[in-house]
Each structure stands twice: as C-alpha cells, then as structure tokens.
Design a protein around this ligand. Structure first.
Ligand code: NAD
Length: 500
C-alpha cells in the first residue's frame, strides 16, 4: 500500500566492515573492565550487527581520569587555539573522506535511509566541525570599564571535563553538536553513546586520533543509561554535563548532577511542535513540508512537527493531499535507493508507537491511513495520519517519536497561538503563511526555541537550537554553544596611576 520499494526479503549487506567495538579510553581501544558486551541490533530484522564492549561505572571512572589528566596536564587546553583548530579541521577532512562508510554504519545501526545519512547528515557533521574549528582561535574575553582605579578583564577559559550523553536518532550529528564546541573551547570529553547506536561515535573517535588529537581528550564509552550514563551524570570529577534525549531522563540526569557536584547541565529534550498552516498558505508546499516535518527520520525527531494545525478553510484540501502524500511514502530497506522511510530504532519504540496508534483510535480521532506494522519483520511502521485530533487526546500531547501525523483544525490566529502554546514542550514550530503580519505575530507569540517560517528542519552549524519549557535548557550550535563549555573569569588589577 505504501510506495514502491518493498522491504527486501533478505536485507542488503551494508557495504562496510565493523572494526571498532571496544571502548575508546585514553587514546586506546580497550575492553570494558567487567569484560561484558552487549549486542547492537539491526532495526531491519532485530538481528545482531556486532557485540560491543559494555561500559559501566568503572569504565566511566577510567575515562574521566584520562580526561582529567588530559585537561589538567595538557597539552590540549594549553595548545595554541590555532593548533586545536587545525586538528578539528583535519578530523573534518578525514570524516569527509570516509563519508560513505560512516553513513553506511549509521544507516545500519539506526535504520535511517543510507541516502539521508550519506547526503545530508554526515556532510552536516563535517560542516559542524569546520564551523567550530573556525571558532577555536576566536574565543576571548573582554576588558570591562568598571568604576574606580582598576583594570578589569575577563578570561574565557575551558570548563574542564565535559560529560556528554547522546541519543540514537541522529547518532553522529548529536556527537558533533556536543563534541565540536567542547573541543573547540579546549575541554576534554567523556561521551556516552546511546546503547542502540554505538558504532559511529567509535569510528569518529578513531578518526580524531588519526587527526592528531592527544590521548585522553576524547573518550567514548558505549553502554546503558542507568549504569554508564548515570555514572557520568553523577561523577564528582566531571565539570559539565550535556544531555540529549527524553524529558524523563533529562530530569533524572539533572537530579544526578545536582546531587553530586552541581555541574552545570544543558538539556535538549522532547517536543510536540506545532506546524501551523494558515488559510493563505501555499497548500501544496505546506502539505509537502508538513509531511517532511513529521515523517523525516521515521518520525524520530525531537522537533518533529507533530501537531499539524490547519485553518478550517483549507482543512479538507490539506487533509486529502496530506493523505495522498503519506500513501506515496516509500518505506523499505534503508540501503535501497529512493527509500524515504526505514524501520524504527527498536522493538520498544515500535511497540510504543503502535500503542499511541491504538490510543488515537480509542479516543475517536479519525484514522485516515496507515495504523499498523509495515511488512512482517523488523520494526517498520506504516505512515499513519489521524484527522479530527483534539487537543486533549494523548496523541496531541505526548511525543510519539514515530511516523504518526496528527491533524487539528483551527479558526483564527489567536486561537491557534493559545492552543499551540498549551503544551509542556516548547522546542520548535512551523508557520505557513504568505501574510507578513501573521508571520510576525506567530513568530513572536510562540513559546519555542525555533520558528521555521515557510520552511522546516533547516539545520545549520551556525543556527542555535534548544527548547523552552520542558524541552530543555541551553542552546546548542552556533555561537551560543560556546557558552556551555566556557568559564568566565574576572581579573581585577589596581591601576597605580589612575590618571592613565
Ligand atoms: P533516553 O532519554 O532514555 O536515552 C537517551 C540517552 O540517555 C541514551 O544514551 C541513554 O543510554 C541515556 N540514559 C538513559 N537513562 C539514563 C540515566 N538514568 N542516566 C543517564 N543516562 C541515561 O531515551 P530512550 O529511552 O532511548 O527513548 C525514549 C523516548 O525519548 C523516545 O520515545 C522519545 O520520545 C524520546 N527521545 C528523544 C530524543 C531527542 O532527541 N529529544 C532522542 C531520543 C529519544
């Protein structure tokens, strides 16, 4: 029913070998202290791709000691910023050279279409590292015109050992958002990848060492959240924590940071982003972008446009076209050409999404298309649309993180502002209108970290990203991310001759 690319009977073997499965600590690939491993699974089949060394608290201790030593004894924070910039640039070049291998690993481990990884995500990662390489030698303090006979200046210093916990939906992109600014500012890092997608962080960390990164500056520990992740969040010798994932886990890591050493925490959490289609919008374009806003990456985006608000005058036309578009979506093996949608990440997410679809049916939203599993193996879900969705329904309130579009009707701009803002989340919004006044009103009234006007999911290394409300705290990317990884030191010197 959905598209032309049937799921291959036998998945195509991804054109890449897996060479790195151990933990990367102090510049060396090592087994976990316990000797334990865990399997990383192929979402196309549920089969094992590889067994990965399973880090836990003891490995986090080893990694933090290495990062501490690399920070306290150097050379990394003491190298010239230009030398640090050169290493980041060399890494970006190496990653670009290995683009297709890394994209294949990413697609295999996460189920995302290979073409998406190869043509969009990995190039964006390369771009991010070049962007932050550019910042490395442009970070500096100010002189401050204080009252009295004092010379006052600020030093912008690296914060120290950064602990970073990332999710599985954009594994290497999240690695880049975290590692890029941290290293550009001269910090050392311990990164815990998501247990579902450990492969590309290990590969990238290996390339970083090839690029000349000193040992201990970037350590990657694969493993589970409640063990390795919690140990990192509560570690007394970690100076800063950055986390992307669910709001629930975000609360937990914030608590662990508070109960340990009060390390500052940045959080990129969930969302329930409104996508608002006004009556004067170009409907064909709005349909296509609303489709992209929700279904991109199998619906597994924190900023997914998961509440599609459509003005009542264009609602019927929009719905009919949105449904036709979803029915044409090409679902299939992520390694097949032209595939738009692969499998969900794992059985847990797959079941959770099917649960939300049941809830949509039970709450009397109208199921327009989809509504079940796609194919007979792996974690594929049919592109699904509910219309007549009401604000109070679970599917309009909770993050589904799957290919399920909810379409809601509205009558006027003030009403849609109120309803769009009536969410515990505030990550992003899409606004579709040709009227500059409507665009300006909505852009200012929406309590979200990003407003895309007549576009969606425009990501660029320089554009900050982050949430209001329970979507998180702090901003990543752009100049704003540097603040997360710097301490500001005020230095005051008396002036002996105040006349000068
Ligand atoms: P999660 O938040 O539990 O996992 C994200 C990361 O946190 C992983 O690396 C995980 O190992 C780690 N983690 C888990 N528990 C931890 C703990 N107690 N201490 C420290 N680290 C911990 O997300 P999930 O369970 O993989 O997915 C659940 C839901 O989260 C999804 O359905 C989706 O709604 C949401 N999610 C959001 C994003 C996002 O980008 N905002 C990404 C992934 C998942």
């Amino acid at each position: 029913r959905f598209g032309t690319a049937a799921v291959a009977e036998e998945p195509i073997a991804p054109p890449v070998e897996i060479n790195y499965t151990k933990l990367l600590i102090n510049g060396q690939f090592v087994d976990s202290a316990s000797g334990k491993t865990f399997p990383t699974l192929d979402p196309r089949t549920g089969g094992v791709i590889a067994d990965i060394a399973e880090g836990d608290a003891e490995d986090i201790n080893r990694a933090v000691s290495a990062a501490r030593k690399a920070f306290d004894e150097g050379p990394w924070p003491k190298m010239t910023p230009y030398e640090r910039s050169r290493i980041l640039l060399r890494f970006a070049d190496l990653l670009e050279k290995h683009n297709d291998d890394v994209a294949a690993l990413e697609a295999w481990d996460s189920g995302k279409p290979y073409e998406q990884a190869a043509n969009a995500e990995i190039p964006l990662v390369v771009r991010l590292f070049r962007y932050y390489a550019g910042w490395a030698d442009k970070i500096h303090g100010l002189t401050v015109p204080a009252d009295g006979p004092h010379h006052v200046q600020t030093l912008h210093e690296p914060i120290g050992v950064a602990g970073q916990i990332i999710p599985w939906n954009f594994p290497l992109l999240m690695f880049a958002w975290k590692v890029g600014p941290a290293l550009a500012c001269g910090n050392s890092v311990v990164l815990k990848s998501a247990e579902q997608t450990p492969l590309t962080a290990l590969y990238a960390a290996k390339l970083f060492h090839e690029a000349g990164l000193p040992p201990g500056v970037l350590n990657v520990v694969s493993g589970y959240g409640p063990t390795a992740g919690a140990a990192l969040a509560s570690h007394m010798d970690v100076d800063k924590l950055a986390f992307t994932g669910s709001t629930e886990t975000g609360k937990a890591v914030l608590g662990l940071a508070a109960q340990s050493n009060l390390k500052p925490v940045t959080l990129e959490l969930g969302g329930k982003s409104p996508f608002i289609v006004c009556e004067d919008a170009d409907i064909d374009e709005a349909v296509e972008l609303a489709h992209f806003a929700l279904f991109f990456n199998q619906g597994q985006c924190c900023c997914a446009g998961s509440r599609t608000f459509v003005h009542e005058r264009v609602y019927d036309e929009f719905l009919e076209k949105a449904k036709a578009r979803a029915m044409k979506r090409i679902v299939g093996d992520p390694f097949k050409k032209g595939v738009e949608q692969g499998p969900q990440i794992d059985s847990e997410q797959f079941e959770k999404i099917l649960g939300f679809i049941r809830s949509g049916n039970e709450s009397n939203a109208t199921l327009e298309c989809g509504g079940g599993r796609f194919g007979s193996k792996g974690y594929y879900v049919q592109p699904t649309i509910f219309s007549n969705v009401q604000d109070g329904m679970l599917i309009a309130q909770e993050e589904i993180f799957g290919p399920v579009q909810s379409i809601l009707k509205f009558k006027d701009v003030n009403e849609v502002i109120r309803r769009a803002n009536a969410s515990k989340y505030g990550l992003a919004a899409g606004v579709f209108t040709k009227n500059i006044d409507t665009a300006n009103t909505l852009m200012r009234a929406l309590r979200v970290g990003t407003v895309w006007i007549n576009c969606f999911d425009v990501f660029d290394a320089a554009i900050p990203f982050g949430g209001y409300k329970m979507s998180g705290t702090g901003r990543e990317k752009g100049i704003y991310s540097l603040q997360n990884y710097l301490q500001v030191k005020a230095v005051v010197t008396p002036l002996k001759n105040p006349a000068w």
